[in-house]
Ligand binder design. Structure first.
Ligand SMILES: N[C@@H](CCC(=O)N[C@@H](CS)C(=O)NCC(=O)O)C(=O)O
Length: 218
């Protein structure tokens, strides 16, 4: 690979940073272009790339592909650049289990955690029943992961895969999504807590979370 991938991102949103973790883990060269919200993300230039007007999206000048939806981008990066299967398995059933967990992240974690954030932080009215519903969904998703991790360090097989990594950037935001009233005591989810600590200790994850902090305070 000769040219850097362009990652279209937003400083605060967790989804582009999820892709950054995979880029860092695989040592892929990339440049981040931060878009303002709403002007950049909803503007004509970006919606020509992503008609959904949301980040992330990537341009890969090495293959000519432009892609959006973080899960699809992650699968592309692993297919194209993870030639030693560092973050994946090529064997069955493991490769399908990885996809299963990525789908769960994309459909079960991302949207529900996103709605929790919306109703707690941005909605024009305070709707306690909506705040409670999504706080309970965070607990439900956390319980699913905690149960799946019983006796295991990672979701699939015995190594960290892109499935595990896909849960990090929303996972670290939980305290901002629940508030004190629905605060989650992670001691009640010991497998989940140890897994998150394991993932957060990885150099690539640390770097991306630090980059996000810097971007947000810059
Ligand atoms: N399913 C999409 C969700 C993308 C998404 O919602 N991104 C947020 C930033 S984290 C965004 O662009 N929000 C702008 C908006 O809500 O209009 C993905 O995973 O790529």
């Amino acid at each position: 690979m000769s040219q850097p991938i362009i990652l279209y991102s937003h400083k605060a949103g967790p989804n582009p940073w999820k892709v950054a973790i995979i880029l860092e883990e695989l040592g892929i060269k990339y440049e981040t272009k931060f878009l303002e919200f709403p002007a950049g993300v909803k503007g004509k230039e970006f919606t020509a790339k992503n008609p959904n007007g949301r980040v992330p999206a990537i341009d890969d000048p090495n293959t000519g592909i432009t892609l959006w939806e973080s899960g699809a981008i992650i699968e592309y990066l692993v297919d194209r650049y993870d030639t030693s299967a560092k973050l994946t398995y090529t064997s069955s059933p493991e490769k399908y289990y990885i996809k299963q967990w990525l789908m769960f992240q994309m459909s079960g974690q991302g949207p529900y955690f996103g709605q929790a954030s919306w109703f707690k932080n941005y909605h024009s009215e305070k709707l306690p029943s909506a705040i409670e519903r999504y706080a309970n969904e965070i607990k439900r998703v956390t319980t699913v992961l905690n149960n799946a991790l019983e006796g295991k360090e990672y979701l699939v097989g015995d190594k960290c895969t892109y499935a595990d990594l896909s849960f990090v950037t929303w996972g670290v935001m939980v305290p901002l999504l629940t508030g004190e009233q629905h605060e989650i005591n992670f001691d009640e989810y010991p497998n989940y807590k140890a897994w998150m600590e394991r993932l957060n200790a990885r150099p690539a994850v640390k770097k991306v979370l630090e980059d996000k902090q810097k971007a947000m305070s810059g």
